[in-house]
Write a protein that binds this ligand. Structure first.
Ligand code: ARG
Length: 492
């Protein structure tokens, strides 16, 4: 902090808001003209001056000298065309409704970008799933080998998590894309402005009606950051698995060279730093959520300068989420798989024990709990499985344990060597899990097809939202051009 005034600045957030703030100014001026609140000649001067200002040069040079972006634009406008004309732009408006509108506009664009990134990640995961319908791997609970599964099943699990992220963000988008403009400080205005018109020019879906609510609320920011928090949680879990899987202990995957770093001392290292940073920045996003909740908690209505402090957290969380999704997309896309090791590990740790218990239930009619106990005895006390002694020994041991436990041999109740062999076979154990949502091939194929169709539908939805916004902003630009040109015509 060089001067006292620096304390109230929020420069990075204001840089982010600048282009949105210019749009808000233009829409407001167009509307003021249409309502006959400011005169044609003044509108022409204002719009021409705004057009000239609308540049990165302004952001880098003029912006830092003012209290905030809104003051900067108005002050430079007044410097350019004088207060008598330039001073009319802020008629029927306050910085309070302006900033709320600009944040929503800027955020809306970011959300559309993030949603597109999420869909690309879904698409890459679906592609990987499709390529790995035959890739057997161990499935884990408690990070212990549990049951065998298929890599496609694992990738599809993440696809579905990200599909829910899509839904959440889309829902948040609806809450963001409403216009607070025209609420002024909080009590609206006595000027007969047209709030519907500015909302339409700016591509909002509707007007945020109550003028006090319009300037006071930042719940949309909380909603959006919670969406990010969920999204980042999902990303961090995938990141963590990639980190684990690329370790020598697992050796399931190799992260592509662009997404690993070396060590300054150990020449052999391939460290998965990108995935690690996704994992770490998830924490930063949670921090943003907690900060924004804390800032808004117990804040009296309507506007308080505290609300300015929300925007940087929103921006940080937005930047992290957007970049993390796209980094993850590339990591997954370029992931090299060690299918042999996955298949080998699927055999380790009696992963088909559950299927053996299930088979005993199906073939002999004993209860699942009894079958569970008998297989636990086989695994813990028996030697046949551990020593890989063949199916007849396995069945003999099972018979011994069942005689001890229930006084009957399982083989006498219909359990055959063939059934035991089948139960212990990884591929057939997986194929039996063919009910809705299971890892059997037919079901995997069906799930992939259904998710592809859904993704296409979701892509279309995002496309139409983006198109609607683009069209409105095109109309605004045309309107500005038309209204700014009048003086040139009159001058001639
Ligand atoms: N930069 C401020 C913000 O982000 C703009 C609003 C200032 N309004 C006020 N009444 N001081 O919230």
């Amino acid at each position: 902090m060089k001067t006292r005034k620096d304390y109230i600045l929020s420069l990075d957030a204001d840089r982010w808001l600048f282009h949105a703030d210019m749009l808000v100014d233009k829409a407001h001026v167009v509307m003021l003209k249409e309502r006959g609140i400011i005169k044609k000649q003044d509108v022409v001067k204002i719009l021409n001056c705004l057009n000239k200002m609308d540049s990165d040069y302004f952001v880098d040079h003029a912006l830092p000298s003012y209290e905030d972006v809104h003051t900067a634009i108005e002050s430079v406008l007044i410097k350019g065309i004088g207060e008598e004309v330039g001073g009319k732009m802020h008629t029927g408006r306050s910085r309070n409704d302006k900033v709320a509108t600009s944040i929503r506009l800027a955020l809306r664009d970011e959300l559309l970008g993030i949603i597109r990134n999420v869909n690309e990640l879904r698409s890459v995961l679906l592609k990987k799933a499709n390529e790995n319908i035959d890739t057997v791997m161990p499935g884990y609970t408690h990070l212990q080998h549990a049951q065998p599964t298929i890599l496609a099943h694992h990738f599809l699990a993440y696809t579905d998590a990200f599909a829910r992220d899509f839904l959440r963000i889309m829902h948040a988008y609806e809450l963001v894309n409403v216009s607070p403009l025209g609420a002024a400080a909080f009590a609206s205005t006595g000027f007969q402005i047209d709030r519907e018109r500015t909302a339409k020019l700016l591509g909002f879906d509707s007007v945020l009606e109550n003028s006090m609510d319009a300037v006071s609320s930042r719940d949309f920011a909380i909603d959006v950051i919670s969406c990010y928090a969920n999204l980042m949680t999902n990303l961090s879990r995938l990141a963590e698995e990639i980190i684990l899987w690329s370790s020598s202990e697992f050796n399931f995957v190799r992260v592509s060279v662009e997404y690993v770093t070396g060590s300054s001392i150990m020449p052999q290292k391939r460290n998965p730093d990108y995935a690690e940073l996704i994992r770490a920045r998830t924490g930063t996003v949670y921090g943003c959520l907690m900060s924004v909740l804390s800032i808004c908690k117990a804040l009296p209505y309507s506007y308080n300068r505290d609300l300015q402090e929300v925007t940087p957290h929103l921006l940080t969380a937005t930047n992290i989420s957007a970049s993390s999704v796209s980094v993850m997309k590339s990591i997954v896309e370029k992931l090299e798989l060690n299918k042999e090791e996955m298949a080998k590990q699927a055999q380790v740790g009696f992963t088909t024990a559950t299927e053996l218990a299930d088979t005993i239930v199906r073939e002999t009619g004993v209860s699942f709990r009894t079958a569970h106990k008998l297989v636990a005895d086989l695994v813990n006390e028996g030697v046949a499985l551990k020593a890989n002694r063949g199916v007849s020994e396995v069945l003999n041991e099972l018979d011994a344990f069942s005689t001890r436990a229930i006084g009957k041999k399982l083989s006498a109740r219909g359990l055959t060597e063939k059934k035991v062999t089948d139960a212990l076979n990884i591929a057939s154990s997986i194929e039996k899990r063919n009910i809705k949502g299971g890892p059997a091939k037919r079901e995997l194929r069906r799930m992939i097809r259904a998710r592809k169709t859904n993704l296409e539908k979701d892509d279309k939805l995002v496309g139409s939202k983006g198109e609607k916004v683009r069209k409105s902003l095109d109309d605004l630009a045309k309107e500005v051009k038309r209204k700014a040109r009048i003086i040139n015509v009159m001058k001639r």
